[in-house]
Write a protein that binds this ligand. Structure first.
Ligand code: F6R
Length: 259
């Protein structure tokens, strides 16, 4: 696992956007795995800037988002489809026909989850999967005790996740109880994963993810088993890491290893 420690949240988001843009420039037809949430807003803002100012193109790329709330139609202002259009899709040249999210308002959500998993397999492989980190260690909406080999399915959201996401809804009780999420097994099949987290509130869970045991109690810890996982964090989120000096030695200022 590569651990890149950047001075602040803005620098960490920029570094993440730059990893994604390097992937797109190297392979314009990349299959991208995308995430939503507050953490990703700055990443998408930078990607939009890179598109406008430096010609970064999504025209040949396709994307699969991690998750969507069950029950929300795509045009609902709190749906992740709406989020993606607002934050990224409407501002770059991606072909919307190639931008995929689970359909939250599908008549049969379980069948929709199976269809989505099959669509990812049919695309070959996700070349680069972007991830945020839940305060309880979730990735996607794989809450603690999720099977470490799970496929896309419906998960019941924990109280902690619903509380954390209440800020995006008018009333806390409007946060859906269920989501369709890529499984942990689905995420692990991506050729490369990049997880971004920042802020002191996530310092404890960041330490569990990187230095704790691999356990379904902290689903993100499974990234220790991935062959190409990069964790991008800021100094606040790094504050509880026991081996912080070592990560900074290997990747000074969050840069590449100087061999
Ligand atoms: C979003 C997702 C979640 C978030 C996580 C962190 O698609 O899958 O795992 O990445 O809940 O959310 P924020 O960034 O709002 O702290």
């Amino acid at each position: 696992m590569k651990v890149l420690i950047l001075p602040d949240a803005g620098a960490a988001a920029d570094r993440t956007a730059d990893l994604l843009s390097a992937q797109l420039r190297a392979m314009p037809s990349s299959v991208l795995g995308l995430a939503t949430g507050g953490t990703m807003e700055a990443v998408y803002a930078r990607l939009v800037r890179l598109h406008r100012e430096e010609g970064l193109s999504f025209a040949r790329a396709s994307s699969f988002n991690l998750d969507e709330y069950v029950g929300l139609p795509p045009d609902h202002p709190c749906s992740y489809w709406h989020y993606m259009r607002q934050q990224l899709f409407d501002h770059v040249d991606i072909d919307l026909a190639n931008a995929h999210l689970p359909q939250g308002d599908a008549a049969d959500p379980e069948a929709e989850a199976i269809r989505y998993e099959a669509a990812i397999s049919d695309a070959g492989q996700i070349d680069l999967q972007l991830l945020g980190l839940g305060l309880n260690g979730h990735i996607g909406f794989n809450e603690p005790t999720s099977s470490l080999n799970s496929a896309t399915r419906i998960k019941t959201l924990t109280r902690s996740t619903r509380d954390a996401n209440a800020r995006f809804f008018t009333r806390p009780e409007d946060v859906p109880q269920y989501a369709i999420t890529m499984g942990i097994g689905t995420i692990l099949r991506a050729a490369e994963v990049v997880l971004l987290a920042y802020g002191a509130a996530k310092a404890g869970v960041v330490a569990q993810m990187i230095e704790g045991p691999v356990t379904a109690s902290c689903p993100a810890s499974v990234l220790q088993m991935h062959q190409k996982a990069t964790v991008v964090i800021d100094e606040s989120a790094a504050s509880q890491l026991r081996l912080r000096d070592y990560y900074e030695l290997v990747h000074p200022a969050g840069g590449e290893a100087g061999l």
